[in-house]
Unconditional design. Structure first.
Lengths: 420, 420
């Protein structure tokens, strides 16, 4: 079975908007058992849309379209779909009720232009849009000799409208219609080890995985997501297999796994602080506020985060963080002794349960032979004492800042859990 | 003339990698006078690649391919190009010299696999790759009745290799071969006004623009880029037209323009601080370290940035920033009086020339009728005194943090320039 995606929109062809819809849709469809074989971007032009429909209809059993469903004159998809299927637009009262409700909630009247949104090609089934006014549309086309009809699904191009529609409406219908093989996924999030080191640890386990299961390494700077995927005709036994292998994976990588699914380290740490009724302060040098920013990006973080002293210069380290002139002179700003003083002092000055301190050389300049770019010291202080760790990251400033921040948050997570 | 892009790679079809190449290439090609009419993503599969070549060759005068040029068995593009053009691979000594040099610089020997990178289809011209071992390839194909031959260009998929090759090698050759109309661009960066407010100010000016010039609004959260584009056959007179209109634009929007081209506000402010030999401190509440992070993302920022006190809780505002209990009690943390004290006190405590202070309600919770989510007070202090401003942004936490930080940096820029 072949699946393809057609994204319609001039904005995607002039570089104004990156086509994130295609990669997101590909991932979701792939995870649901519908691997994508082609993505096509075309302009808001009726001939280009018609050509793309004809070509994809010849090639693929399933075609998903996005874009061109708005109420303005640029939005041509519905008209071209009518032409392709040799049908006409009709007024759909059920869709109109949804549109009326949508505007009523927001206190606006339904204009003539918005009323047009309730017009859909006669041969389609409308798919509800929970977040907007343009309905999705499901078309089936007879194909000589094929067991199932071809399916075309047209969806809005606005990402949050399309995403909710694909997940809650379209994929369930596709599963029911095409009955693809059952695919299950379990994603574990790791911090602190690169892809090749993780695969060394997992080598034996991977070699002994059942043939219907496999592991994908999905690296981002500082984080590697591990996605275990299984395929089977029997969901219950597959779920059992998945649970067994996921728990093996967890015990092999227990020092590095910080969460599952879509979690972030800053949210995981925030939840732990909230649950334990603890407070946090930070003292940052080379990360320059990035740790504070990550923590405060979580809504409600004021419940556990009191603040930070960002000491980019040595005199601020002394004056605001009480780091001794002796330590700075003897060991330098990037040293175990200095991060220790930073962590202990910010914890007591800001009167918090936990503290993080980071000092390092983010680069690209400022490195020496003894202290190269990428060298970072991290200290974590808490009721049970203080721990320090030394890291040597790479030569990219942005990535060094991000890796140091993630590492510090993961150390704090372990500290709160009593694993440090 | 029709132009299209074909991106080859399984990783683009499973959601692992977002196809940023396509939007970047579209933008560059569009800016160079080659608007893109179609983008196609296909898997590392010889039949899919061959089909896509045939289809695009029928449709378009110019086809740019990326991907599948590496030395491994997944990399099939060269073989399929040979099949399409009915030719064979030959060893190219010039390309091999480049590859040898590439490895020699890095202290590695050239393996047999790498030697294969110097094999190219007999009918193409090799395009040098400044950042890698896989050469680009330029193909011309006879087309019945066409004035020019069709052109196919194959490039590596690795973004930094492809980008340098497209800009420095491919676009100059395309311009010479196709001689498209001359297109010039001038991008001005604005902060502080939304798209619709900018277009109100520019309405008359836009209505009177020469017919060969037009303005594009490219909004990002907190920033709108304005790109003036002109087309002509005569570069000198076009440049003159562009200069005249760009200077009109600058005088109409002088309060909002902070830079040109690819500049960022944090780099512009950093440069001003460096040039004037000034130092900066920040005191952040709702932005939670994001301003400090932006400033310290610039290499060499330690020359002018001393640090920040992030006072997320009121007791830190009092203890570390010397904000009076009276001001907090009478006016609340989000008030003119409190940001004034924050800015003045952080400036004197950290002994800097300039300071920024921000306090607001980032949301999504914590708003009241008098102080809704999105309310932000900003103070800028410097040798010439202190200014405060009040803003009401939206209801999205992430965007509120970003908009407040950008606004604060732009106020600082004006302050240093004596425009505040």
């Amino acid at each position: 079975m072949q699946t393809e995606i057609i994204n319609i929109g001039d904005e995607l062809l002039i570089g104004q908007v990156i086509n994130t819809n295609a990669s997101w849709m590909s991932e979701q469809l792939n995870l649901a058992g519908f691997p994508v074989h082609r993505v096509t971007i075309i302009p808001d032009d009726p001939q280009h849309i018609l050509d793309a429909l004809k070509e994809s209809g010849r090639r693929s059993e399933l075609v998903l379209l996005t874009g061109g469903l708005g109420p303005t004159k640029d939005d041509l998809t519905k008209d071209v779909l009518c032409k392709y299927f040799r049908t006409k637009l009709i007024f759909d009262p059920v869709t109109f009720q949804t549109i009326e409700k949508f505007f009523k909630t927001r206190g606006f009247p339904v204009t003539a232009v918005n009323r047009r949104q309730a017009e859909i090609p006669e041969n389609c089934v409308a798919i509800p849009n929970a977040n907007g006014t343009a309905p999705g549309m499901w078309f089936e086309e007879e194909t000589a000799g094929a067991e199932k009809k071809h399916v075309f699904v047209s969806m809005p191009g606005v990402p949050f409208e399309m995403k909710a529609m694909l997940i809650h409406e379209v994929i369930p219908r596709l599963k029911q219609y095409f009955q693809p093989v059952i695919v299950l996924h379990h994603t574990l999030l790791t911090q602190g080890l690169g892809e090749s080191f993780l695969s060394d640890i997992l080598e034996d386990w991977e070699a002994n995985l059942p043939a219907n299961l496999h592991l994908a390494y999905l690296p981002q700077p500082g984080i590697v997501r591990l996605r275990l995927t299984g395929q089977s005709d029997d969901e219950a036994s597959l779920q059992k297999q998945m649970d067994i292998e996921a728990s093996k994976l967890k015990s092999l990588l227990q020092d590095y796994i910080f969460g599952e699914g879509d979690a972030t380290l800053e949210a995981v740490v925030g939840k732990l602080l909230k649950e334990t009724g603890s407070t946090l302060a930070t003292a940052e040098s080379c990360t320059g506020g990035y740790i504070a920013h990550m923590i405060t990006s979580i809504p409600g973080s004021s419940a556990y985060y009191k603040g930070s002293i960002i000491a980019y210069s040595n005199d601020i380290k002394m004056k605001e963080l009480g780091v001794s002139e002796k330590a700075l002179g003897e060991y330098g700003a990037v040293s175990e002794e200095v991060v220790k003083q930073m962590a202990n002092n910010v914890r007591s000055r800001l009167d918090c349960d936990y503290s993080i301190a980071v000092s390092g050389i983010a680069g690209p300049d400022g490195g020496t032979k003894d202290k190269p770019v990428g060298l970072v010291w991290i200290a974590i202080a808490g009721p049970s004492g203080i721990q320090t760790n030394k890291y040597l990251f790479g030569d990219n400033r942005e990535r060094n800042i991000r890796r140091a921040a993630l590492q510090a948050l993961n150390l704090l997570r372990k500290k709160i859990l009593g694993q440090l």
